[in-house]
Design a protein around this ligand. Sequence first.
Ligand code: SAM
Length: 255
Amino acid sequence: MDLQGGLHCLEYYELAGFYDLLTQTYTDYQEQVDFVQQALSYYQWRPGRVLDLACGTGAHSLLLTKAGYQVVGVDLSGQMLRRARQKAAALGLAIPLHQADLRELPYDRSFSAALCLNFSLTYMLTNEDLRRALRSTWKALQPGGLFLFDLAYQFSPEPWQEMAWEEGRNIRVSSVESIDWASQVILRRSSYWVGEGEGMHEYQGLDRRRLTLSQDMLYHLEAEGFQVRGQHRRWVLKQEPDNFSALIVAQKPNS
Ligand SMILES: C[S@@+](CC[C@H](N)C(=O)[O-])C[C@H]1O[C@@H](n2cnc3c(N)ncnc32)[C@H](O)[C@@H]1O
C-alpha cells in the first residue's frame, strides 16, 4: 500500500523487519510509555480504550497492554503491522491491530485516548491531510477523550549515519535531508545497506515529512474542535517544550 503519494520510507515498507533493530539504538519506548501513563493520569483521563495511531511495529501498544491498558493499534503499513502481530504473539498478548489510514479512521466515539508518537503526525504533508487526520481522530474519541502526539521542530542539513546489529543481521543507513520551505516538506534521502545471514543488499529510500510548528498545529487542533490542554518537553511532564520538539495534549470537549 502506498504511503503518501508513492514515496515510501523503506523502514515502514520493505525493511519493516529492521525497524526495531534501528530504533532501539535511539528510542526508549519504556520511557515514552511511562510518560503516557503519567500524562493520562495528570489530565484526569477517564479509563477506556486507547488508540495507538501509526502504531508501527507496536512498541507502545505492547507495553501499554502489558501494563493493563486496552489498546487498539492502527497503521497504514501492512509490513509494520505484520511485525507488530509477530511480537504480540511471541508475548502471548491479544492486541487488535488494524490497517487504516490516519485520515480515514473507521471509528466513532470508541476511545478515551489516542496517541500518535514519534512524530508520526508529520506524515500529513498538507493542511488538508492534517485536518482530515485531526477530524478522524476527533471522531474516534469519546467526549472528554485525550489526544497525545509529538512534533519535531528540526531537520538536519548535515548528512548522518546510523547503524545497528544483532546476531546474523545488521543495517547501516546513510541519510541527508533537505527542506522545501514553501511546502514545509522535509525530504530525506537514505541509502540502506542491510545484511542478513550471508546476503547483503543495498536500497535507496525517500521519506517525506512536514515540518509543522506549534502555533500552526494549535490553530488546526482548535479549528477541528479540540481544546489544547498542554505542551510538554518530550517525555518530561514537568518541563516546557524545548527548541527541538514538543509533546502536545489536546482534548475533545465533554459536550
Ligand atoms: C516513525 S514511525 C512510528 C511508529 C510507532 N508509532 C513508533 O513510535 O515506533 C511512523 C509510522 O507512521 C505510519 N504511517 C505513515 N503514514 C500513515 C498514515 N497515513 N496512516 C497511518 N499510518 C501511517 C508508518 O507506516 C509508520 O509505521
